[in-house]
Design a protein around this ligand. Structure first.
Ligand SMILES: NC(=O)c1ccc[n+]([C@@H]2O[C@H](COP(=O)([O-])OP(=O)(O)OC[C@H]3O[C@@H](n4cnc5c(N)ncnc54)[C@H](O)[C@@H]3O)[C@@H](O)[C@H]2O)c1
Length: 445
């Protein structure tokens, strides 16, 4: 078992962790933060099947061969190597390592979404609670200066009693095609539905601002554009000069992925295409990899636009829209209360507050924050998590598994509502999820 505290006695604030999954999030977000903040977080072992990522991440953290594994199982078979396990595997690969790590005695920093089914989400949360382990979910937007300020204004009472929330996530077309048409989150076999894979952050904020359980919801949406039926006539399977519309197509893979110089192509989204950022390596990856495909001829099945209408306890209502055909990335929100209104645009860092009966609008401009790193949310989450972890103050977690469960359930219920065309009663939905989780736990015994 790990020590009762979260840190080594000799180095009071350093939280030690094993890293499970060394892809974009594991290697660069968490591993990268540990390298930049060695006084706060140290990676002591890792598991990663991809040999290039494994070797590169192990070298970055100076790990000896007996601390480097091809998968999480042999790592978690050992007596715990650290107090914390960071699980940053793909969407459909969270549950098994998270359950095993909690059982082994690790505290968890687990990427969102918790699991691809609501019952599995509940099982993971309950497992962490049963074993008395801390469970932090990667809901990074709570930790941005922007949304922290919004919440502060909301809880200050300036707006009176909250009546309605309107939030929108406009996903830029190039981001959408990269991740949700060609890429890692394109279909249900490998990823959670869009409402979780992309917008679980927004639903988490919605639940945070509402501050009470959701009662019922309705949702509509579909994949309306990135379908074979919309493919230009005679467009080939892959983008190339043989495509009759290549020059006019905004989704041409060659222009988007081969355009940037090697230096820029080391960063996301180009880093997903090839670990070697040279133009020649990228060209080879487009020839047979997923990112070279025509966006109208992929195996995507996630929606490209969806709306949710929700009612919370006490009658508070909310609407949320996500779509993948925006010209630029933008998250907007409007919180309307009995005494005033708050309007905000995350990407501009602008928050405006007006009070009924009071002339003028109070406008705040937050210091610029970059979308890479989630507007300061990645750093904020890790600062918070390592600080709370170093004190073992698990009840201070802002985005715990139990808290995150509410927004996950809203997301799954929205998917149910969208698929059935019926509104969903959240109390009944919660009861159904609990029954299912009990049944699964029973059959796993
Ligand atoms: N919090 C956020 O804002 C945020 C942002 C992006 C992604 N994510 C989530 O983070 C997770 C990881 O996303 P990513 O973009 O880093 O994906 P990725 O595909 O780049 O990385 C996942 C890694 O897990 C590895 N893996 C697979 N099986 C494994 C096993 N058995 N043992 C150990 N490692 C294994 C893969 O080889 C891969 O390197 C996803 O669930 C994603 O939804 C969260």
């Amino acid at each position: 078992m790990p020590a009762a505290g979260f840190v080594r006695e000799s180095e009071e604030r350093v939280v030690e962790a094993v890293l499970i999954g060394c892809g974009l999030r594991g290697r660069f977000t968490y591993g990268g933060w540990a390298l930049r903040h060695p006084e706060r977080l140290r990676v002591v072992a890792l598991a990663e099947p991809d040999p290039v990522r494994r070797a590169a991440t192990a070298a970055e953290h100076g790990l000896p061969p007996d601390r480097v594994f091809e998968s999480w199982e042999p790592l978690l078979d050992l007596a715990p190597l650290s107090p914390v396990a960071i699980v940053a595997t793909g969407d459909t690969e969270h549950v098994a390592p998270a359950l095993a790590a909690a059982e082994r005695g690790y505290h968890l920093l687990l990427e969102k979404p918790i699991a691809p089914t609501p019952a599995d989400c509940l099982r993971v949360v309950e497992a962490a609670e049963r074993h008395g382990r801390m469970l932090q979910i990667g809901h990074v937007l709570r930790y941005t200066p922007f949304y922290s300020r919004v919440r502060q204004i909301l809880t200050s009472g300036t707006l009176g009693e909250l009546v309605t929330i309107d939030m929108k996530e406009h996903v830029a077309y190039w981001h959408f095609t990269h991740s949700y048409v060609r890429g890692k989150f394109r279909n249900r076999a490998i990823a959670a539905p869009l409402v979780l894979a992309k917008t679980c952050h927004d639903l988490d904020l919605l639940a945070w601002f509402a501050g009470r359980p959701a009662r019922r919801l309705a949702s509509f949406g579909s994949c309306g554009h990135f379908r074979t039926a919309d493919a230009p006539e005679e467009a080939p399977e892959r983008c190339s000069a043989s495509c009759p519309v290549q020059e006019a197509c905004p989704h041409d893979a060659e222009a988007f992925y081969l355009g940037p110089a090697d230096e820029l192509a080391r960063s996301w989204p180009w880093s997903d295409v090839s670990p070697d950022s040279s133009r020649e390596a990228r060209r080879r990856a487009l020839a047979d990899g997923p990112y070279g495909r025509c966006v109208y001829r992929c195996d995507n099945d996630v929606v490209d636009h969806q709306v949710l209408a929700l009612e919370f306890d006490g009658g508070l209502t909310a609407t949320f829209t996500v779509h993948g055909l925006a010209s630029e990335e933008k998250r907007t929100l409007r919180l309307t209360g009995t005494r005033g209104e708050l309007r905000g645009v995350l990407h501009d860092g602008v928050i405006e507050v007006s009070r009924h009966g009071v002339l003028g609008i109070r406008r705040e401009e937050l210091p610029p924050a970059h979308p890479i790193g989630h507007y300061g949310g990645d750093d904020g989450l890790l600062e918070h998590f390592t600080e709370v972890a170093s004190r073992g103050a698990s009840d201070e977690l802002l985005a715990s598994g139990r808290t995150a469960l509410e927004s996950h359930l809203i997301g799954f219920a929205a998917e149910r509502g969208r698929e059935t065309g019926q509104s969903v009663d959240l109390s009944a939905f919660r009861a159904e999820v609990e029954r299912e989780a009990r049944a699964q736990a029973g059959s796993a015994r």
